[in-house]
Write a protein that binds this ligand. Structure first.
Ligand code: GLA
Length: 399
């Protein structure tokens, strides 16, 4: 057939063939471990406790996750971050700190499981963790088998001390090791967005950091939001952008700022990994009540955990500090966030058309006030506090 084509036509035909083949090829499939069909929810020790981790802290946190209602609201994974590990045995097996974890990781995992929760650990794909503990480079298969034997359900893998290594290659090695470990383990990639993970991580892990570390202050939240928002089109069930763990309850932001932080994470279908001292949520203080109202807000959690698995995005920013974000949801409704980044309160107005709801009348639920109304007006205005949000769920009204 090629012979019958003119010389000029050959390259063109070849090009068409290449385009057809490439175009028909499906995008790289997400990691097929069947996990994290909605963004992972849980708790991690790092933001509040840093290296000060222990068996007692993890047990008390697991107890508090049950007592506060965190578990029943969907928070599942209890993860020990850096500093639980001290050395490797002669055969290479990783050794936990026996002073801080006297009964060992298997017993701790059993305790967490008995509470109806899941157990997570941290390691590093490089030679050492960020805090200088043994890394997993060269020990990926052994570590994956060890975690599986201990009953680990979630692994966060960092990227410190990885000079000269290729991120995609190393995380792929780890992903394969976890797949062969004999246990279903959520794979959390943590290379801070420094090697364009949005391009390869969906085929390797369940979630990947898109940013550097969060800090417990407002400027950090907005920085991370703007970075993470860029990759909205990549997120899908089983594969999520991760703008880092929550700071809600750690004391560095106002109530409005923490509400905005939590709402934005839900709009972006981000993992909801609490980073506070859950034990303090049992207090009868005003601060503890505020934290419970935020972390246990089921209306907002439902937006994050929606089965459609679409990451919400910015649809209106005029002026740039007064924003409207939209996230389509599985039942045909939309979550709408009015977000005031300015330092003064301000009304924000949007049109239902702008947020993609086309109906004569809409049913609107306010996800922080927990109130509902039916509205016939094509526009909506709310006064939004400084560094605050108004979060809505909007359905076309049927009556
Ligand atoms: C890095 C990660 C953090 C945390 C620390 C632990 O900075 O990004 O989330 O895990 O390491 O050392």
């Amino acid at each position: 057939m090629t012979r019958s084509l003119s010389r000029a036509a050959v390259p063109a035909a070849l090009l068409m063939l290449i385009v057809a083949v490439l175009g028909a090829r499906p995008a790289a499939p997400p990691v097929d471990n069947g996990l994290a069909r909605t963004p992972p929810m849980g708790w991690n020790s790092w933001n509040k406790f840093g290296c000060n981790v222990s068996e007692q802290l993890i047990r008390e946190t697991a107890d508090a996750m049950v007592a506060t209602g965190m578990r029943d609201a969907g928070y599942q994974y209890v993860t020990i971050d850096d500093c639980w590990q001290v050395a490797r045995a002669v055969d290479g097996t990783i050794i936990a700190d026996s002073t801080r974890f006297p009964r060992g990781m298997k017993a701790l995992a059993d305790y967490v499981h008995a509470k109806g929760l899941k157990f997570g650990l941290y390691t590093d794909a490089g030679r050492k963790t960020c805090e200088g503990r043994p890394g997993s480079y060269g020990y990926e298969a052994l570590d994956a088998r060890t975690y599986a034997a201990w009953g680990v359900d979630y692994v966060k893998i960092d990227w410190c001390n990885s000079e000269g290594l290729d991120a995609k290659t190393q995380y792929t090695i780890f992903g394969e090791a976890l797949a062969k470990s004999g246990r279903k383990i959520v794979f959390s990639i943590c290379e801070w967005g420094s090697n364009q993970p949005w391009e390869w991580a969906p085929a390797v892990g369940n979630l990947w950091r898109t940013t550097g570390d969060i800090q417990d202050r407002w400027s950090s939240v907005v920085t991370l939001v703007d970075l993470n928002a860029q990759y909205w089109h990549v997120a899908r069930p089983g594969a999520w952008n991760d703008p880092d763990m929550l700071e809600v309850g750690n004391g560095g932001m106002t109530r409005n700022e923490y509400r905005a932080h939590f709402s934005l994470w839900a709009m972006m279908a981000a993992p909801l990994i609490a980073g506070n001292d859950v034990r303090q949520m049992l207090d009868s203080t005003r601060a503890a009540t505020d934290i419970r109202e935020i972390l246990l807000n089921r209306d907002v959690i439902a937006v994050d955990q929606d089965s459609l698995g679409v990451q919400g995005k910015l649809v209106q920013a005029s002026p740039s500090e007064l924003q409207v974000w939209v996230k389509p949801l599985a039942d045909g409704s939309r979550a709408v966030l009015l977000f005031n980044r300015a330092s003064v309160p301000s009304p924000i107005t949007t049109r239902w058309r702008t947020v993609g709801v086309r109906a004569e009348k809409v049913r609107v639920r306010d996800l922080w006030q927990h109130t509902e109304q039916v509205i016939a007006d094509p526009t909506y205005t709310a006064l939004v506090p400084s560094h605050g949000v108004v979060m809505l769920r909007v359905w076309p009204a049927t009556d």
